[in-house]
Design a protein around this ligand. Structure first.
Ligand code: AMP
Ligand code: MN
Ligand code: MN
Ligand code: MN
Length: 286
């Protein structure tokens, strides 16, 4: 089933995307997506709307989220798919992970004010759809809109990554917690866009080894964040660590995302897709 048009990673305005869950469902459907998941950062508040819209359109749906984790001094993202959206432990874990974003944002704004960019907290808030989820993306949108930078990637490069004035280090969930919350809720944990991290070979080996030992099951191979060469590299990692392979655009917004919903290349045929292991968790139209 590796030719199924599955798009299992994207964001709505419940986290740092710009479209509503229902509008995203329509866009996914229009893009030919047959199996879809909304994976907002540290949040499942959009799940009911996403599921309902997907099923109304005749599209299969998997519950989803993308949890922020601190590992070896970096932020790693763990996608969870096919969990029970009513699970208490998962809901509390996500709530705990979201806490602290507001204070972090105030500190980011202080850092930006010190280099001559005042009002960034209030500015970023104008773009926030969920008051519990103010993210760097919202600051980036404000700095583009106020003409400090030309696009969001320039904002990140100049202001929002480690060593830059708007960067504030943050302690997210542990790998163990994130994998545990997802797995205990009946879902499957997946390492998101592994090529995005700046790990040494040893650190990356440790990430996948620990992830597997904790019960993690999959890795994103084909994603909007990977080049063709990177997809090939993580296809090899999937084989080496016996992980299921996932596919998702990581779509955030029509203006910012270069990869639209449903337009990714297929998974390499020798890999086992995550959706093969999630058959019993897929929600289907009546
Ligand atoms: P946060 O969770 O607040 O640290 O924000 C992380 C989000 O920022 C990611 O999910 C991406 O949407 C976005 N992001 C991170 N790095 C970049 C980049 N270089 N260019 C554009 N967006 C980025
Ligand atoms: Mn994001
Ligand atoms: Mn991510
Ligand atoms: Mn994402």
């Amino acid at each position: 089933m590796h030719l199924l048009n599955a798009d299992l990673h994207c964001h709505s305005n419940v986290s740092d995307g710009t479209l509503s869950p229902a509008a995203l469902a329509e866009r996914a459907h229009a893009g030919g997506v047959e199996l879809w998941s909304l994976t907002d950062h540290d949040e499942i508040g959009g799940q009911a709307r996403a599921r309902e819209a997907a099923l109304d359109l005749g599209m299969d749906y998997l519950t989803g989220t993308e949890i922020s984790v601190s590992f070896a001094g970096q932020t790693v993202h763990i996608v969870g798919l096919g969990f029970d959206a009513d699970d208490e432990q998962l809901a509390q874990g996500l709530e705990h992970t979201r806490a602290g974003r507001r204070v972090r944002a105030l500190q980011m704004a202080e850092g930006l004010a010190q280099v001559g960019i005042p009002g960034a907290f209030e500015g970023a808030l104008q773009y926030v759809g969920n008051p519990e989820l103010i993210s760097r993306t919202h600051f980036a949108r404000f700095l583009v809109e106020s003409k400090v930078c030309n696009d969001t990637s320039e904002v990140f490069r100049k202001y929002l990554v480690e060593g830059k004035p708007g960067y504030v280090p943050h302690r997210w969930a542990t790998l163990q917690d994130a994998v545990g919350w997802i797995t205990n809720a009946g879902g499957l944990a997946i390492v998101a866009h592994p090529a995005r991290y700046r790990f040494t070979a040893n650190e990356e080996f440790a990430l996948f080894t620990e992830f597997k030992a904790l019960g993690g099951r999959g890795v994103e191979v084909v994603t909007g964040s990977h080049s063709t060469a990177e997809a090939a590299r993580y296809a090899d990692i999937a084989v080496e660590f016996d992980l299921l392979a996932s596919r998702g655009s990581d779509f955030h917004s029509p203006e910012e995302s270069h990869m639209d919903l449903g337009t990714l290349p297929p998974l390499p045929g020798h890999l086992t897709p995550v959706w093969d292991a999630l058959e019993a968790r897929i929600l289907q139209p009546a």
